[in-house]
Design a protein around this ligand. Structure first.
Ligand code: ADP
Ligand code: MG
Length: 395
């Protein structure tokens, strides 16, 4: 039997979110627009999501008193970051409806579990992860086959935005990179000849119905997402279909409920490799807020509330540009003489089709995601031209 929908119309129906970052903030705003009240559980005081939430549980993510209160208040709870302990999600799930489930989040938290899962899915999804080997001790390096080098050493857990990674070309470099990781479990991945990178956002309801958004082409700088372009200038119809079919297959085999994003590599020979998944709305899906009928955060609220999933149709070509804290600094470094300045918002906002999203972070820091701008336009070329102007204005 399918659980009943969670209506917004009774006085104050609450939805909860674990985590207080920008993803929690944008989820709160989208769900509030649908009439829900939002509770955030987050140990930091002045975080982006707490600024807009109707209630803030100021507590650690594994504080069982706060978790129990959150579960009692909320008709459903989700998470905005994947490193929430699966124990906390399971604890919540004993008391209220939780999406995504702890078991799904656990897989995404662990690169080995994730790669094993992708491999298990591959007979139906038709995509495999990069060739790799687990490295749990210095001795494991002796059995690394030549053909995994050059490669990328990644920590199995807690990596994001290119952090917890080292590029290595020789076994000696691998040994020293592994020593720098201070004994945590790692995986060595073969360095693949990427043509470009894409991601596919999917959403699945409790009834098993799933929807897939248009494929997004992503450019990273220094390991951090720089731009997302949809439709991707390099993406063929055939590639888009293979990636979307793979994403739908994986989300179904996972039995997932909610919004999920899967990153893929497209290699120079046109083949597709599955990289990783995020069990939540994703930075590369921000364009959906301004360019699709249903944005990814409204979609997450629908999935949680067991409402029908929203229309994923894209109404305008779009380019999303991340705004890092760097644009508040005018010098080359962030120390000493470096001066703070306010970016030229008045000029940027004058560009046609610009949607500015700032996350309310207390302080700009280099490499910190402060916000994003999405440009929509009648043609992709026009959206790209506005994005290029914005880049110049941001300096
Ligand atoms: P993160 O969790 O930091 O996003 P990723 O595994 O996505 O980690 O790696 C970050 C970026 O590094 C990717 O977007 C891609 O540009 C590059 N990268 C990662 N793995 C490989 C690989 N096996 N071959 C080539 N490039 C890679
Ligand atoms: Mg990634």
């Amino acid at each position: 039997a399918i659980a009943a929908i969670i209506p917004t119309t009774t006085p104050s129906t609450w939805l909860g979110v674990m985590g207080g970052g920008q993803l929690g903030r944008m989820f709160a705003q989208a769900a509030q627009a649908m009439g829900y009240k939002i509770a955030v559980l987050e140990p930091a005081q002045d975080c982006p999501a707490a600024q807009v939430a109707d209630r803030h549980f100021l507590a650690d993510y594994d504080d069982e008193v706060a978790l129990a209160e959150l579960a009692t208040l909320c008709a459903a709870v989700t998470t905005e970051f994947e490193n929430v302990s699966s124990h906390s999600l399971a604890f919540l799930a004993e008391r209220t409806f939780v999406a995504p489930k702890a078991a799904c989040v656990s897989i995404a938290q662990d690169r080995i579990a994730e790669k094993n899962f992708f491999t298990d899915c591959s007979p139906k999804s038709k995509v495999l992860p990069a060739p790799h080997q687990v490295i749990n001790s210095a001795a494991d390096i002796d059995s690394v086959p030549e053909n995994l080098l050059p490669g990328i050493l990644k920590t199995v857990r807690l990596g994001y935005d290119g952090k917890g990674q080292a590029r290595v070309t020789t076994l000696d470099e691998l040994r020293s990179a592994y020593a720098d990781m201070q004994g945590v479990a790692c995986v060595l991945e073969k360095m693949l000849p990427l043509a470009y990178e894409v991601s596919v956002l999917v959403a699945r309801g409790v009834d098993g119905e799933a929807v897939v958004y248009p494929i997004a082409e992503n450019v990273h700088r220094d390991g951090i997402l720089f731009t997302t372009t949809v439709p991707g200038p390099n993406v063929s119809d055939d590639c888009a279909k293979r990636a979307q079919d793979a994403a739908l297959s994986i989300v179904g085999q996972l039995g997932y409920v909610g919004v999920l994003c899967i990153e893929f590599f497209v290699l120079q020979d046109g083949s597709l490799v599955v990289n990783e998944m995020a069990p939540r709305p994703h930075n590369s899906g921000h364009y959906t807020m301004d360019a699709c009928v249903t944005g990814q955060f409204a979609q997450q609220a629908r999935a949680m509330a067991r409402l029908p999933l929203g229309d994923v149709r894209q109404h305008s070509p779009a380019v999303m540009l991340n705004i890092l804290g760097d644009v508040w600094f005018d010098g080359e470094t962030d120390q000493g003489s470096d001066q703070m300045r306010e970016p030229a918002w008045e000029k940027i906002m004058g560009l046609p089709g610009a949607y500015l999203h700032l996350y309310g972070k207390a302080e700009a820091r280099r490499g910190r995601k402060m916000g994003h701008i999405t440009f929509i336009a009648p043609s992709l070329a026009q959206a790209q031209a506005q994005m290029a102007k914005a880049c110049l204005l941001l300096g």
